[in-house]
Design a protein around this ligand. Sequence first.
Ligand code: UDP
Ligand code: MG
Length: 345
Amino acid sequence: MVNEHFIILQSNRGGRKLDQSCLLTIVVPVYNEEIVLETLRERLVKVMDDLPTRCEAVLVNDGSTDRSLEILRAFVDADARFRAVDLARNFGHQYAVSAGLYIARGDVVAILDADLQDPPELIKPMLERWADGIDVIYGQRRSRKGETRFKLWAAHLYYWILSKMADVEIPRNAGDFRVIDRNVVDTINAMPENQRFLRGMFAWVGFRQEAFPYERDARLAGETKYPLMKMIRLSLDGIISFSMKPLRLLFYFGMIVTLLAFSSGAYLLLLRLFSPESFPPAVAGLFVTMLFMFGLNFIFLGIVGEYIGRSYINLQRRPVVIVRDVLERTGDEKTKSAGKRMGEL
Ligand code: UDP
Ligand code: MG
């Protein structure tokens, strides 16, 4: 049952057997990945052939401007296990994955990057943990090959800040590579928030979760689709969606500054009364303090604005993402379904 206030699931969907009774969906977000797609298909096909379960691959085209969509269309034509989802524009990685999770039909779902940084071959051992009763098996990067020193350093710093700030514990060095039980997928799909920081949402929902350490490969080809600004945006989403601490810090800071102002005021008053000759030329100090306070004011206003902006966006109740087209084959006939809105269930 899903309504505005409760999500109630039942886990009597039958066992978790890795056989033909079970369907696995592999969700892959795709943004301008034309050079890696063929290799991705080959590796996915091999993995799907080897698995004892039935499989489908849902490839989500996130408004690519290169030939990605055409290539995906050819995949769907050639192999009925492939389905392609075409978003109405570039919504961003987290939104492409959200759309994929919504379209997925599997009893269990795997999320994978298109650039093959997360080896698809690992899905099999991860699935075995699922069959043992774990609901979320998240890939945890032991190493990150082919990433710049700046990115490694930034990631380190970011996870440190996140662990201090976030109100739920978000696992370190875990990206979006994971295998998830249907109950968790349904829960995530039912969560109405517009800012989708998936690894935070997964941490928030609970269930039985387990890390799966792996070596992260370098991107197969092409460039990262996460330039600095996108990284900063994702980081902010993570901290602000899962923490009230920045707002609380404001309050504490305000208290400290006020106390400081009071005590220095009192000190100056005493100096003036009892030792007027050592009274300092106040203007210089005043100027510096004022600048400092102005700067801080703007920073803090920004933080507050960020929260207000987010509540505003969520109040608008816009759909999370708009799917223009789902390309898939039923039986042997190619069908197209019309545009679909998601975000409201
Ligand atoms: N991606 C996407 N929409 C975007 C940016 C990225 O769907 O706006 C996809 C991209 O195609 C890839 C995954 O998200 O499959 C991760 O992106 P990328 O590998 O560029 O990020 P990085 O691994 O460098 O952090
Ligand atoms: Mg990558």
